[in-house]
Design a protein around this ligand. Structure first.
Ligand SMILES: [Zn+2]
Length: 262
């Protein structure tokens, strides 16, 4: 499932391929993806415009097409973007295709159909209406400490709660907790400020490193949990078998030896 690093990678890809070109058509192949707008209306409003700039908040990507006109993309479980040149054939899972004047196209792909596309007038209003928390990479240490340290419940569930902090999903939450040597079921309200600082640093390190590597799992450091996650994975730090448990409603992988419950 695309989390903050994947969506940031899509944002950079879109910036490097699709900005400033006139949109000549929008082809909707499968309308489940459209939220609160029809295919005809989406095409009508975007045709003749250009994507001017992009903005990411948590797992949402916003692309500005003019004043008070932003395209919002959410990648659901399997969404991604692909820029197609000339006659390159669009993938079977392309759900919406934006065609540009230079005859290239940007395809929104989504195999499992949990993706979302809509138009919004104002990004700030959208975030407020959804009640999304601050972006996980924009948030400062004191704000992070205030949010995480003031909530009772498994620290992993707090990290996953998009209303508190936006952008972290199941896989990177496990990695962040592994790096911070914190058991995912630790009660967040019992974590000291010093340990919250460690968690904050781990959050930044993991998300930024994943972005730098363009979220290519084959290039992730072998010292990361993610490359060993699943059966019969062993902890890259101590070599003991990794454990899994359902925490915060999701399957969590961790090392019971290296990650102590506080
Ligand atoms: Zn270990």
């Amino acid at each position: 499932m695309p989390e903050l690093p994947e969506v940031e990678t899509f944002r950079r890809y879109l910036d490097s391929t699709s900005l400033k070109q006139r949109i000549t058509n929008v082809e909707v192949k499968d309308s489940y993806v459209l939220k609160r707008i029809s295919a005809r209306e989406l095409t009508r409003r975007l045709k003749g415009r250009r994507f001017e700039k992009s903005h990411r908040h948590g797992k949402h990507l916003f692309v500005r097409a003019s004043d008070e006109l932003w395209l919002r993309l959410h990648f659901g479980m399997t969404g991604s973007l692909e820029y197609l040149k000339d006659e390159e054939v669009a993938p079977r899972t392309a759900r919406v295709i934006f065609r540009f004047a230079n005859s290239c196209r940007l395809a929104f792909e989504d195999q499992r159909k949990f993706g979302e596309i809509e138009l919004v007038d104002d990004v700030g209003d959208f975030l407020q209406t959804r009640g999304l928390g601050p972006d996980a990479l924009e948030i400062g240490l004191s704000q992070f400490q205030a949010i995480v340290g003031k909530h009772h419940g498994a620290v992993k569930a707090i990290l996953l709660n998009q209303q508190l902090i936006a952008g972290i999903g199941n896989l990177y939450a496990d990695e962040i907790l592994f790096r911070a040597r914190m058991h995912p079921a630790t009660d967040a309200a019992r974590v000291s400020d010093k340990d919250l600082k460690r968690l904050f640093r781990a959050t930044h390190y993991v998300l930024e490193k994943a972005i730098t590597l363009k979220t290519d799992f084959n290039r992730l450091p072998k010292s990361w949990l993610l490359t060993h996650r699943g059966k019969p994975g062993r902890c890259p730090r101590c070599g003991r078998g990794l454990k899994s448990a359902t925490i915060g409603g999701r399957t969590s992988w961790f090392c019971a030896h290296c990650q102590k419950r506080i």
